[in-house]
Design a protein around this ligand. Structure first.
Ligand code: C5P
Length: 304
């Protein structure tokens, strides 16, 4: 049987406000996500009965990505099969990655969302959107947003989503950095810094950020970008401070760590500004690579 292909975008957090650690180990969040034009492409096809899940992964620095059921994409296929009452699924999943691995851009969650969508089409199964959302949220806090895309506010673990109006196109420069940061470790470091009085939640709320998004003003948005995980990411990876400084030195409107890092993102005024910033940052010698990306883009979707 031929396969089903799905494209899925990276996410950035324009605002990431981290509340208290809950009894289940997760933190209450208030975040504003935007899906941006860095994509993973997933192809899922049926494999012979009894072969289980097999995975191939292409892209930069993908050696550490598991090729077995530890991969969130494989777990997504299993979870969807369970939810729709199908037997243990036999599928091959091809993952072509442009979203940095363990980079704070929800690449694993994106692959899980794409696999849910691909398997739903491959198996021609009926599943209500709310049920698919529940399966997605069980897989990971960022998986529902990877399905939905656009710009959205997330609360709860980040999985309760409400669309946000963002007028026009927003241009970002994404600075890829060497190595990975573990999301649980960054959250744990955030708790540690707070318990020592070395960090505290960002004050205020996101009303000015929402107004800037509605107005389509990058200059108004710049001072509103906030990431409560940034002090923790910088504590674990002090060299990121130089990357953030380099971005603002060459004229980015603002820069911040993306999610739990170590990827950093910089806001540009428009496309030309972003292309110029990307060239300057690439020449700084401080980053592994740069990408120009725009948002918002759509959530996981079938491609021919
Ligand atoms: O939901 P997900 O599996 O992607 O989360 C990865 C890890 O990030 C969790 O195990 C937890 O340590 C941390 N996390 C958190 N609070 C959230 C989301 C994630 O503490 N709201």
């Amino acid at each position: 049987m031929s396969g089903v292909r799905v494209r899925v975008a990276a996410k950035i957090n324009l605002s990431l406000r981290v509340g208290a650690r809950r009894p289940d180990g997760f933190h209450d969040l208030s975040t504003v996500f935007q899906a941006i034009s860095l994509f993973d492409d997933i192809q899922v096809r049926a494999s012979p009965i009894g072969s289980g899940r097999t995975i191939s992964v292409a892209g930069e620095r993908v050696d550490g990505v598991p090729r077995d059921d530890r991969n969130l994409a494989a777990r997504a296929a299993i979870a969807l099969a369970e939810a729709v009452g199908q037997p243990d699924p036999d599928v091959h999943i091809d993952i072509d990655k442009a979203i940095p691995v363990a980079g704070g851009m929800a690449g694993g969650s994106a692959d899980a969302a794409a696999t849910l969508m691909a398997c739903r089409a491959l198996w021609d199964t009926e599943i209500a959107d709310e049920e698919l959302h529940r399966v997605a949220a069980d897989l990971g806090s960022d998986v529902p947003f990877a399905l939905q895309g656009g710009t959205a506010q997330g609360t709860g673990r980040g999985d309760i989503l409400v669309p946000v109006l963002a007028t026009g196109e927003w241009h970002w420069v994404v600075a890829l950095n060497d190595g990975e940061l573990s999301t649980p470790q960054v959250f744990a470091e955030c708790d540690r810094l707070r318990s020592c009085g070395l960090s505290e939640p960002a004050p205020g709320d996101d009303s000015a950020l929402m107004a800037a998004l509605r107005a389509g003003s990058a200059r108004d948005l710049a001072p509103c970008l906030v990431n409560d995980l940034q002090p923790a990411a910088l504590s674990l990876r002090p060299s990121l401070a130089a990357v953030l400084a380099a971005g603002t030195d060459v004229g980015a409107l603002a820069g911040l760590v993306s999610g739990s890092g170590p990827t950093c993102i910089f806001l540009a005024a428009d496309r030309e500004h972003a292309i110029g910033l990307a060239a300057e940052l690439a020449g700084s010698g401080l980053v592994r690579g740069v990408r120009h990306a725009f948002g918002p883009v759509r959530g996981a979707h079938l491609i021919p």
